[in-house]
Every structure is written in structure tokens, then in C-alpha cells.
Design a protein around this ligand. Structure first.
Ligand code: NAP
Length: 247
């Protein structure tokens, strides 16, 4: 992994941060991109203090100019990107009949269009090297549906479709594209949903065959494998990490 540069969006928090930490520990140079520039820089500083090589950048994944400029900065500082993990995401819950087009558009803009923009911005570097790994963090909710989460679940289902198309388009160029739909993972996003009463922790755990909530590190371990050399024959796949739910 030591010759690889990885970009992780949503890399200052939760699953994205755990993935960045794991890839840095595995030897990759890691760029953490997040909406909150200070949080991204602090997270990168923490990875550096742990012995990794990291850069934190404030990037809104709905802003293509900001993405392009950040990808160029990563290229100049850490080298051309070979790995992209799209973990930036937002969630909104509420009855479908009260869902406004504005909210719908915002959720799709971050979760789905943001993933599209980042893939398009980073793919040329991968094509040039003839090697690349993209992992899109979707959601197990796209298997099951979740009442009150139409925009979120639709955006995550869209990420699965995008993953499959990119896998077909870029398979012969040494680039794999897979998606991990996480189950119920304890992160700031999940804690906020619990606080708002969107989910009940005990109920979720009782429905999970392995009998516990997921950890961000569970997702990071799977992601580390998918971006490795050894995973070269795995592409276009949905690799559920959900404690046995929704499989
Ligand atoms: P998290 O802790 O909230 O991390 C998401 C990160 O993305 C945050 O740092 C957030 O920044 C950032 N972000 C939001 N909008 C952004 C934008 N426009 N541009 C750049 N960064 C942006 O949540 P998480 O639980 O780790 O979620 C990571 C991914 O996993 C998400 O895509 C989520 O949908 C997916 N997922 C999570 C679970 C779960 O159980 N936790 C389950 C299934 C799927 P701010 O905090 O500043 O908004």
C-alpha cells in the first residue's frame, strides 16, 4: 500500500475517518476530504501523529470546482490518487408526504451526485496508471427500505447502480469499483439519528444476527481488502457489512 495515495470523502468523521485511519496504518498516503476543513485537518494531524502520512482538506462534494482543486492539491502533495472511498453522506428522516423537493435534491446532491463528481474527478489519474480502486459507501437500507427515509434510501440505491456501471466501464483499465452497504454502525451520524428517535438501538441490535451494533472499523477492514492488490478480481459487487442483516 505504500506507493498508493487514497482519497476518503467524509474522512473527518465516523466510517470515513476509520477507513482513512486503516489505510494510513496500512501504509497509504491518505487525503481526508470533508465539509468541515478544520475537522479534516485535525483528523489528518491525528493520523500523522499515529505514524501515517495524511492531508486534511475542506471539500464540499457538491462543489465540482472544489473537488477538482482538492484532487490537484492531493496530486501535488501526496501523488496521483489510486484509491477513492466515497463516504461523505447526509441523512434526513420524515414522512414522505412532508418531504420537500429541496430536501430530496440536497440529499441526492451530497450522497449520489457527490459520488459521481468525485469518481469523475479522480478516474483520469487511475486510468493513466492503469490501476485504481473505488469503494462507494452506500447503505443496507437500500436492501430493505426504511420508512421515512425516501431521499436517503433512493440516493443509496443510486450509488449501487453507479457502482455497477463504473465497474463495467473501467474493468479493463485495472480499476475496480465496489460498494459496501453498512448496516447499523455506531458513528456521529447514527448517534444523531438515535437522539432524534429515528432508530431504537436495542431494537436494531435485537434484529442483528451477530447481536451487536457495528463499529466503523468493521467497515474499514472490508474496505482495506477491497482496495488491496489481492481484490483485483472483485468488481461491481455489493459487499454487505451488516452483522448478518439484510443479506
Ligand atoms: P458521519 O459520522 O456523519 O460522517 C459523514 C461525514 O461526511 C461527516 O464528516 C460530514 O460532515 C461529511 N459530509 C456531509 N456532507 C458533506 C459534503 N457535502 N461534502 C463533504 N463532506 C460531507 O456519518 P457516518 O455514519 O460515518 O457515515 C458515513 C457514510 O456511511 C455515509 O455515506 C452514510 O450514509 C453511510 N452509512 C452509515 C451508516 C451508519 O450506521 N452509521 C449506515 C449505512 C450507511 P459534517 O459532519 O460536517 O456534516
Amino acid at each position: 500500500m505504500s506507493s498508493r495515495t487514497a482519497i476518503v470523502t467524509g474522512g473527518a468523521s465516523g466510517i470515513g475517518l476509520a477507513i482513512g485511519r486503516r489505510l494510513a496504518a496500512d501504509g497509504a498516503s491518505v487525503a481526508l476530504m470533508d465539509l468541515d476543513a478544520e475537522a479534516a485537518r485535525d483528523a489528518a494531524a491525528a493520523l500523522e501523529a499515529e505514524g501515517g502520512k495524511a492531508l486534511g482538506l475542506g471539500v464540499d462534494v457538491t462543489d465540482r470546482l472544489a473537488i477538482d482543486s482538492a484532487v490537484a492539491e492531493v496530486r501535488a502533495t501526496l501523488g496521483a490518487s489510486a484509491i477513492l472511498v466515497n463516504s461523505a453522506g447526509i441523512t434526513v428522516a420524515g414522512p414522505f408526504l412532508e418531504l420537500t423537493a429541496e430536501t430530496w435534491n440536497r440529499v441526492l446532491a451530497v450522497n449520489l451526485t457527490g459520488t459521481f463528481e468525485c469518481c469523475q474527478a479522480v478516474l483520469p489519474d487511475m486510468i493513466e496508471r492503469g490501476w485504481g480502486r473505488i469503494v462507494n459507501i452506500s447503505s443496507s437500507s437500500m436492501h430493505s427500505g426504511v420508512p421515512g427515509m425516501a431521499a436517503y434510501v433512493s440516493s443509496k440505491a443510486g450509488m449501487v447502480g453507479l457502482t455497477k456501471v463504473l465497474a463495467l466501464e473501467f474493468g479493463r483499465r485495472g480499476i475496480t469499483v465496489n460498494t459496501i452497504p453498512p448496516g447499523f454502525i455506531e458513528t456521529p451520524m447514527m448517534r444523531e439519528s438515535l437522539r432524534k428517535g429515528v432508530f431504537d438501538m436495542d431494537l436494531q441490535v435485537s434484529r442483528t444476527p451477530v447481536g451487536r451494533v457495528g463499529r466503523p472499523e468493521d467497515i474499514a477492514a472490508t474496505c482495506a481488502f477491497l482496495v488491496s492488490e489481492e481484490a483485483a478480481y472483485i468488481t461491481g459487487q455489493i459487499i454487505g457489512v451488516n452483522g448478518g442483516r439484510n443479506t
